[in-house]
Design a binder for this molecule. Structure first.
Ligand code: 13P
Length: 246
């Protein structure tokens, strides 16, 4: 089943979250026909969980630390997220990598910690503009996937991967569906090699300037197994249009 995920990033207070969910739930029909996921900021998770209960819409966090508890000021752990009703966690988003300096080793540790807690991570990978110009897209994505899954290759069926080319994030310039499909196929093939028993259970999502106006074009391709949506997920009607674009 396709997964359509909203990554709100650092947007919406608790009251704005309440307004959004009240409005969004009016658009939700047949939630069982696709997986719908909201990833609000940490501060909104509790209220979002209460409001989403019974709606079929799932809840995820945008990040976490890899220790369970301890002297790590400002961090949030997988058990905290689990108890508050999260099923998913976005890991290794390009903003975490490039603004906050997360490297592949840290991302690997975070994936392991999430899996231990029974959370389903959405691992984000994607090349920068200069990588694409240099013809390095596949190499960069392969390295990110291999390092992130180092030592946990046999658990790859318990994660999803979002292919988010860095140059397409927040720019209004998405990848073409054909370019995205090529990378999605490449990742699928790589996972098949790394974990032959995974049975293709890892969904490959596309992210980067997905909008109601272009979502349908992507969804014509079965290789696009969902979306991770930033800006266009901040308005409930716009996100609902993307959710029901196929
Ligand atoms: P935009 O949809 O705003 O381009 O952001 C994509 C993204 O980073 C989702 O994680």
């Amino acid at each position: 089943m396709r997964l359509i995920a909203a990554n709100w990033k650092m947007n919406k207070t608790v009251s704005q979250t309440q307004d959004y969910i009240r409005s969004f739930l009016k658009f939700v029909e047949h939630p069982e026909s696709r997986e719908i996921l909201l990833c609000p900021p940490f501060t909104s998770l509790y209220v979002a969980h209460q409001m989403l209960e019974g709606s079929g819409v799932k809840l995820g966090a945008q990040n976490c630390y890899y220790e369970k508890s301890g002297a790590f000021t400002g961090e949030i752990s997988p058990p905290m997220l689990r108890e508050i009703g999260c099923e998913y966690v976005i890991i290794g988003h390009s903003e975490r990598r490039h603004i906050f300096g997360e490297d592949d080793e840290m991302i690997n540790k975070k994936l392991i910690a999430c899996l231990e807690e029974g959370l389903r991570p959405i691992l984000c990978v994607g090349e920068k503009h200069e990588d694409r110009e240099a013809g390095m897209t596949f190499k960069v994505v392969e390295t990110q996937v291999r390092l992130a899954l180092s030592g946990i290759e046999d658990m790859s069926d318990r994660i999803d991967i979002a292919y988010e080319p860095v140059w397409a994030i927040g720019t209004g310039v998405p990848a073409t569906p054909e370019d995205a499909v090529a990378v999605h196929r490449f990742i699928k093939e790589l996972l098949r090699e790394m974990n032959p028993k995974g049975e293709g259970k890892t969904r490959i999502l596309y992210g980067g300037s997905v909008k109601p106006t272009n979502a349908g074009e992507f969804m014509k391709h079965p290789e696009i197994e969902g979306f991770l949506v930033g800006g266009a997920s901040l308005d409930p009607e716009s996100f609902a249009k993307i959710v029901y674009s196929f």
